[in-house]
Design a protein around this ligand. Structure first.
Ligand code: ZN
Length: 479
């Protein structure tokens, strides 16, 4: 059965096939690095990680881009409040995001373009929209997108934009559906932008990009005009993704993303997370409390990504117990692989049926709760087969391999991460190093070079200003 995914654009579950066979282009909206990302953000990033890993498990190569929003209303506001330049303010939060990503076992993206290092691509996109007559310069000096000139406006969020009065405008990055109107592409520089070092010259006036423009420009630069999957949290459907579609499709005349996927909210103790309610949780809070990332991913996996998830103390404790049972079974399977030989093949049969059940669940719009259920049934059956003894060596080996393949997608087994993501990790780290060098953070660039070497990868700069990364020592043998 082929993979089927829920497409927010059509509100239907549809069979998935990439534009180019065997290669999937995936764009996921990344963090705004004005502060630490909270676990609601990471619920979305983990859902996207499971999507990516399952696509890879299914035989696709995935070209994955996640942007870093390092210039927008919030980052500039936070930098000014702290009395520092934008670049200085976002640096530790960018670094913290990568640390949290590694803690939560999220496979690094192929590219992490930061908005401030891609200004020329954004300027070019605004010029293209101005030339096509779908953008105009307001008397405030900012450039706006005229939604009345783009008939498809509202098709993702089902917001009807054309009924609005001509010239009604909004210049903030975030606004509500009731505020659907011409949105800002390029904001004329204000004193607070200059103070934060967040203004650039452009043919249509000195200023800085609007948040929505960043994703359209960088997505096109790295993935082309039409991408296979664009994902993010449900809160991004409007205005962010609606505006991305308008900008991209008005410029290219082609469909922007073929499939739109959105992860639902996370609540803590039944309420929306908020500093005011004292239930605001970051990934580092969970790490400091001693939770293994596998327990968090197990907890996330118990609720389908399109349903709201409630994060409670009891739920994380129960998830940690479930994850621990998986770790114990893996230990038994690995030990049994070197034990006495028998003729009982049952263990191999229950492993095959587990993997079939896993695939059937995942193929139906990433039903991770169903996949976990198949895995927990396997825990019972495999333990029973091991208790009975006399297990055939081939059955043990195939059971262990099936278990590692499946948990390699879900990453729900405490202890060392498994799943052969080393190469992807190295590529992601090399890209981070390029980013660090572009922002003149040479200390970080050197740390990354050393971290890569520790894992047997060498990164070298090439003459054309790029880099290459290659393995210099064989991968360590897994035990
Ligand atoms: Zn975006």
């Amino acid at each position: 059965m082929p993979l089927r995914l829920f497409n927010t654009l059509t509100r239907r579950i549809e069979p998935f096939a990439p534009l180019h066979p065997a290669k999937v282009t995936l764009y996921t909206c990344g963090p705004t690095v004005w502060n630490y990302a909270h676990i609601g953000n990471f619920r979305t990033f983990v859902f996207e990680d499971v999507l990516r890993r399952y696509l890879e498990y299914s035989g696709f190569a995935v070209l994955h881009v996640m942007n870093l929003t390092d210039v927008d209303d919030r980052t500039i506001g936070a930098a000014n409040k702290a009395g520092v330049k934008l670049a200085e303010h976002v640096k530790p939060f960018t670094q913290a995001f990568f640390e949290d990503r590694d803690y939560l076992r999220i496979e690094p993206a192929t590219h992490y373009p930061a908005a401030t290092t891609h200004i020329p691509a954004m300027v070019a996109l605004v010029e293209r929209l101005l030339a096509k007559g779908v953008a105009y310069k307001g008397e405030d000096g900012s450039v706006y997108f005229a939604i009345a000139k783009f008939p498809g406006y509202g098709k993702l969020s089902k917001v009807e934009g054309r009924t609005l009065k001509d010239g009604a405008r909004v210049d903030s990055d975030e606004y509500s559906k009731e505020d659907a109107r011409d949105f800002v592409l390029w904001k004329a520089a204000k004193p607070e932008d200059e103070a934060a070092g967040a203004a650039w010259d452009a043919p249509f006036g000195r200023g800085r990009p609007g948040w929505h423009l960043e994703c359209s420009a960088m997505s096109q630069q790295y993935l082309g005009e039409t991408i296979d999957i664009h994902a993010g949290g449900v809160d991004l459907i409007f205005p962010h993704h609606e505006d991305e579609i308008a900008q991209s499709e008005a410029a290219s005349g082609k469909p922007f993303a073929r499939v739109w996927m959105h992860g639902e909210f996370l609540q803590v103790d039944g309420t929306k997370m908020s500093k005011r309610f004292g239930n605001f949780l970051t990934a580092r809070d969970l790490k400091e409390s001693g939770w293994d990332a596998a327990a968090i991913r197990y907890l996330f996996g118990q609720t389908h990504y399109r349903k709201q998830l409630n994060f409670t103390d009891d739920a994380i404790k129960a998830a940690a117990t479930g994850a621990q049972r998986l770790a114990e079974l893996r230990r038994r399977l690995a030990e049994a692989a070197s034990g006495a030989a028998g003729g009982n093949a049952e263990l191999g049969e229950v492993a095959t049926s587990m993997e079939t059940g896993f695939r059937a669940a995942m193929d139906e719009d990433l039903d991770v709760p169903g996949a976990l259920a198949a895995l927990m049934t396997f825990v019972r059956e495999a333990n029973a087969a091991l208790d009975a003894g006399d297990v055939a060596p081939a059955a043990r080996q195939s059971a262990l391999e099936a278990f590692d393949r499946v948990t390699g997608v879900l990453q729900v087994v405490p202890g060392p991460a498994r799943g052969g993501a080393d190469e992807a990790w190295a590529k992601g780290m090399a890209e981070e190093r390029r980013l660090a060098k572009a922002t003149r953070d040479f200390k970080r660039a050197d740390e990354i070079r050393k971290a890569l070497l520790d894992k047997g990868f060498e990164v070298r700069d090439t003459k054309d200003g790029g880099y290459e990364v290659r393995r210099v020592t064989p991968p360590p043998t897994d035990t």
